[in-house]
Write a protein that binds this ligand. Structure first.
Ligand code: NAD
Length: 359
């Protein structure tokens, strides 16, 4: 019998619901074209889950994620839930999924499509041909280190966070990065602040040690401040970039903006098994429910899922080709629209991609 790939689908909040609907449309079209089997099971996370049961990450959703091959997520959050205690904020679901699925590597490809080059805030000659994969460590660094918090010492407040990385944490993300570089142009840049931070000198040392097992990959190191500059001055030089949780958080958003629209960028979070796939954008309450959201980031996240977790690189390429085709044919959602292009809404964009997959 045909193997069914079990996908836990968490649309979440705001435009998450709209863009996931289009991604599912594309999966359905792919199944129809290739005969691939997908078993989709829906769950609640984020504000939607809080509204339903008072918990942004209910036990049933965790169970669903743990018993599925992969997770497809829309986005969580919105003004409605901003006043809630941190323990029940929608974002807890994201952190919970990362933690429980042990997702330690976040992959963000940054490509500039020729058709969208004018959408970039940078000059066309600078961004043409950009094809970067940013790999961000996801479970360590200042975001999780102890001690943390704000306390009062000698009558004044002191804020503390701790930057901590173990050798094992660095090694496992380095391996993901070297392996990814081997599949691409075989150039890896490791970004740190080793001139000031001892913890990132360890990062540099361990990445260098791991590199000995990948003699075909050219490894370079760069300080994060320099990398931030180079990303806007000479972005085309980069192939794979691997970096710490916080530097990756900031650099990947900077890189995203180079492409012109947040609505185009997919991401994958990988662990020992499975993975979670989601667009990099949030729930966009300002445009939610109005058929304005660009679903391509989520559709491209499905392509990453097919490639990285479901062992279907051919199908992944079909989806990517369909997206490129739709852009070439002139279809644009509002965020990437320009004069002369065909303005479409969220659902019509999903239809257009699905139509190019069908025989
Ligand atoms: P956002 O990414 O939701 O939106 C930023 C801007 O980009 C908005 O103007 C929005 O309209 C636009 N935008 C985003 N995605 C788009 C798309 N697909 N098509 C067209 N335009 C798009 O970020 P924000 O406004 O800072 O956050 C809104 C909410 O989302 C907050 O509650 C935040 O916490 C949450 N958030 C969630 C995630 C996630 O679920 N992974 C990530 C970031 C933010």
């Amino acid at each position: 019998m045909e193997k069914k790939n079990k996908i836990a689908v968490f649309p979440g909040d705001g435009i998450g619901v709209e863009v996931v609907r289009e991604a599912v449309k594309v999966l359905d079209a792919l199944a129809e074209k290739t005969g691939a089997g997908f078993a989709l099971a829906y769950g609640l996370v984020g504000g939607a889950a809080y509204d339903a049961c008072g918990d942004p990450f209910p036990a049933e959703s965790l169970e669903l994620a743990l018993t599925s091959d992969v997770v497809l997520l829309g986005a969580v959050g919105g003004p409605k839930w901003e006043g809630l205690d941190y323990s029940v904020r929608p974002e807890r679901a994201l952190l919970g999924l990362r933690e429980k699925l042990n997702l330690f590597a976040n992959l963000r490809p940054v490509n500039v499509y020729d058709e969208l080059i004018e959408a970039s805030p940078l000059k066309a000659e600078i961004v043409r041909g950009i094809d970067i994969l940013i790999i961000r460590e996801l479970t360590g660094d200042l975001y999780f280190g102890q001690p943390r918090g704000v306390r009062v010492e000698n009558g004044r407040r002191v804020g503390i966070n701790t930057l901590v990385y173990t050798e094992e944490e660095i090694r496992r993300i380095a391996r993901v990065a070297f392996a990814a570089a081997q599949q691409r142009r075989k150039r890896l840049l490791s970004v740190d602040k080793a001139n000031v931070l001892e913890s990132t000198q360890l990062w540099r040392d361990v990445v260098t040690e791991e590199g000995r097992a990948y003699p075909d990959v050219e490894l370079r190191h760069m300080y994060v401040d320099n990398c931030a500059m180079q990303l806007v001055s000479h972005p085309a030089q980069f192939d794979v970039i691997v970096t710490t949780n916080m530097f990756g958080d900031i650099l990947s958003d900077e890189a995203a903006m180079i492409t012109g629209s947040i609505g185009m960028l997919p991401s994958a979070s990988l662990g020992e098994r499975g993975g979670m796939y989601e667009p990099i954008h949030g729930s966009a309450p300002d445009i939610a429910g109005r058929d304005l959201a660009n679903p391509l980031a989520t559709i491209l996240s499905v392509a990453m899922m097919l490639h990285h977790s479901l062992g279907m690189p051919g199908e992944a390429e079909m989806v990517e080709t369909a997206v490129r085709q739709v852009l070439r044919d002139g279809y644009r959602t509002k965020d990437i629209h320009h004069e002369g292009a065909i303005l479409v809404g969220t659902a019509a964009m999903g239809d257009a991609v699905a139509a190019r997959l069908l025989p």
